[in-house]
Design a protein around this ligand. Structure first.
Ligand code: ADP
Ligand code: MG
Length: 403
């Protein structure tokens, strides 16, 4: 036993001492569109971290998989046997994504040093609930990291969110730590906006210390648009926002949508499909009875952009005092929706709207890069939650290491 233990410690120790590590970051967000896999060289850790992206791939899920996961993410329709199977099946898909990105990057699998895997969220209950005398918060990311490590032969860090929750935090957003290391500026007030299924924002005032980071989920990103595209057009998403562009905004509906209780909820906060999934879409369909399909799309697209701006004004702008925001740095699939980008430009004027790619962080790969970086922090035993953001009462090292 002692011998086995020292062998394992040896592996981690060796990894820690490597000057440059080849790390794969894996992310599949609430959109369940594909597995984002990035191959990145990482040197240093903490504030000395340097990233050099080698290659990125968006590894597709099999046809029908998105629907299957969404069906099983709902209380009442998801069953324990399917969840148990999905936890392993997703790990197989993630392992395939590791192999695919290594192949694309021209490196052998055994030269990959480390994997950081977010997993696939199927449920997120960030607010405290009392159960059998214990006050708990919970979140479930499927894609068993131990299975990924075994199938690839590469040490894998996963389940990043639960340690923060055990300390009273929301377990989200975790990307603010990455944002701080990569985007903090000495001269500019910056906000980072990632538009995945859910949208989140991070405010980094010029020269801010880590204790001044403000970040939270602003509400829906692509989630509502994708669901309505599926329902009304049988399509997965609104390519470049073209459907929305052909419609007109239904102002009374927009007003009703903006009254969602999440928007007045104070920080810390995070959200998911529980608040902006099927039930919310049903509600929109009710509000929009008899309306033209493209007008519905135009309205929910505008709603998403407006909700982001509303949340910025309520929770981030006050931290800037009289100053205007200098730059809004956008990433995630939503950055490809032209209608949105136009709305954001209009709302956030005079801030400059940039893609994270403009600042050297591939916009498509950003979240996968984040989990590669977080895995590196874990093995160096660096706490990477941001308590001022998640609401946790102290710092903690995140994740589970599977050798
Ligand atoms: N060309 C495009 N035009 C409009 N929307 C797009 C485009 N490409 C991707 N998207 C949107 O981005 C989503 C995926 O974004 P992503 O950042 O991967 O989200 P998540 O982190 O939730 O998986 C898709 O579901 C789709 O809604
Ligand atoms: Mg995605």
């Amino acid at each position: 036993m002692k011998f086995l233990l020292s062998m394992h410690m040896g592996k981690l120790e060796r990894l820690k001492r490597k000057k440059k590590k080849l790390v794969v970051g894996l992310m599949s967000g609430t959109s369940v569109d594909s597995i984002d896999a990035v191959l990145v060289e990482i040197s240093g850790f903490g504030i000395t971290t340097k990233l050099k992206q080698r290659t990125f791939t968006s590894h597709p899920y099999p046809k029908g998989f998105r629907k299957y996961v969404l069906h099983n993410s709902l209380p009442g329709t998801g069953t324990v046997d399917t969840i148990s199977q999905l936890n392993i099946l997703i790990a197989y898909f993630f392992a395939d994504a590791v192999k695919a990105v290594a192949r694309k990057g021209g490196v052998a699998l055994n030269s990959v040093d480390l994997i950081g895997s977010h997993g696939q969220t199927v449920h997120h209950i960030p607010d405290e609930r009392k159960l059998f005398g214990k006050r708990i918060r919970s979140t479930l990311q499927l894609g068993d990291p131990s299975t990924i490590a075994t199938l690839t032969g590469v040490p894998t860090v996963g389940n990043f969110r639960t340690a923060d929750m055990a300390l009273g935090g929301q377990g989200a957003p975790l990307v603010s730590y990455f944002d701080f290391l990569m985007f903090r500026s000495a001269t500019k007030d910056r906000a980072l906006l990632n538009i995945g299924g859910i949208a989140n924002m991070t405010l980094l005032k010029k020269n801010c210390p880590a204790t001044d980071i403000v970040a939270f989920d602003t509400g829906p990103g692509n989630m509502v648009i994708d669901a309505l595209m599926k329902k009304l057009y049988g399509k997965e998403f609104d390519r470049n926002g073209e459907t929305a562009r052909s419609g007109r905004i239904l102002s009374p509906v927009l007003k009703k949508l903006m009254a969602h209780k999440y928007f007045s909820h104070s920080l810390p906060k995070s959200t998911g499909r529980e608040l902006f999934g099927t039930m919310f879409v049903e509600k929109i369909m009710n509000f929009c009875r008899g309306k033209r399909k493209e007008d519905i799309l135009a309205t929910v697209t505008e709603f998403t952009a407006l909700s982001i701006f509303d949340q910025f004004n309520r929770f981030l702008k006050p931290h800037l005092g009289k100053r205007d925001l200098d730059e809004l740095i956008v990433s995630g699939g939503g950055a490809m929706n032209g209608m949105w980008m136009d709305s954001l430009r209009r709302y956030f004027h005079p801030a400059k709207i940039l893609l994270s790619t403009d600042l050297g962080v591939d916009s498509d790969a950003k979240e996968a890069l984040c989990f590669a970086l977080l895995a590196n922090e874990t093995i160096h035993e660096v706490p990477a939650n941001v308590p001022s953001v998640t609401g946790a009462y102290r710092h903690t090292i995140l994740g589970e290491i599977c050798l």
